[in-house]
Design a protein around this ligand. Structure first.
Ligand code: NAD
Length: 261
């Protein structure tokens, strides 16, 4: 499968799943616009390493996905510097956990701004260019929490259910335009986002991260093992291929059986 000549913008690609997606698409020859936070030197190195390893052009935007104008600016910058946004992977996301009555208003606003509104603003900005070229792939990284709930995650679960709904609306509106829109719904993937939750649980239970990890997985997933960023990347790559041209509006689970129960 070749994506040579295509440009992919992957939000939140300085870490975890986003980096897995960026590498999978670069591996097929796509030029990449990276985005996300982190140490400037480490990001520059990541960008250079990706360019060298895959022989593609790699740009970087430090846009804050919680700011609509910065999201639109990032899409425009990718179009200006790399020529297009053919594939948009809306991946940037954060987590915050607390019961509803203790959930800080500013954390609700922040999770919704990044995990839900950011997907809207990115999609809105990328559609005109995709329509003009008659081809596009919008891949939203939702979650098992886009389909089912867990306690203490009200903003995350609301945002991810919203992403699944938005995916369906966009797929219907864009049917026939050459653009498909899908949501990937991962279960547990071992990234910094999940490592923080494991550390918090170990502290709570006075146990080690190693000890709580199995219980953490087993209580949600019949297949008590993590998916990897590379596996999520491989699914994003498949959705970008011609073989997937009739898959649209679909929430696709990659979750060790989490939502089958
Ligand atoms: P991560 O913390 O490793 O990476 C998150 C990325 O988003 C980083 O690059 C970070 O810099 C970036 N980011 C955060 N806030 C941003 C902002 N305001 N503007 C721009 N970039 C920002 O997390 P991850 O686990 O790789 O998560 C990626 C996506 O996958 C998220 O949407 C998350 O909800 C989803 N997801 C993760 C899991 C999991 O188990 N890890 C499961 C299901 C869904």
């Amino acid at each position: 499968m070749s994506l040579k000549g295509k440009v992919a913008l992957v939000t939140g690609s300085t870490s975890g799943i986003g980096l897995g997606i960026a590498h999978a698409l670069a591996g097929a020859g796509a030029d990449i616009m990276m985005n996300g936070f982190g140490d400037a030197g480490a990001i520059a190195k990541l960008r250079q390493d990706t360019e060298r390893r895959f022989g593609v052009r790699v740009g970087y935007s430090g846009a804050d996905i919680s700011k609509p104008a910065e999201v639109a600016g990032m899409v425009a910058e990718a179009e200006r510097t790399l020529g297009a946004v053919d594939i948009l992977a809306n991946n940037a996301g954060i987590q915050f956990t607390a019961n509803i009555e203790e959930f800080p208003d500013e954390q609700w606003d922040r999770v919704i701004a990044i995990n839900l509104s950011g997907v809207f603003h990115g999609t809105k900005a990328a559609i005109p260019g995709m329509k003009k070229r008659g081809w596009g792939r919008i891949i939203n990284i939702a979650s098992a929490h886009g389909l089912v709930a867990s306690p203490q995650k009200v903003a995350y679960v609301a945002a991810k259910h919203g992403v699944v709904g938005m995916t369906k609306v966009a797929a219907i509106e864009l049917a026939g335009s050459g653009i498909t829109v899908n949501a990937i719904c991962p279960g547990w993937v071992l990234t910094p986002l999940v490592e923080k939750q494991l550390q918090a649980r170990a502290q709570q239970e006075g146990s080690s991260v190693e000890k709580v990890t199995h219980a953490f997985l087993a209580e949600k997933q019949p297949l008590a093992q993590f998916s990897t960023p590379e596996q999520i990347g491989a699914l994003a790559l498949f959705l970008s291929s011609d073989a997937a041209s009739t898959i649209t509006g679909a929430p696709l689970s990659i979750d060790g059986g989490w939502v089958a129960q």
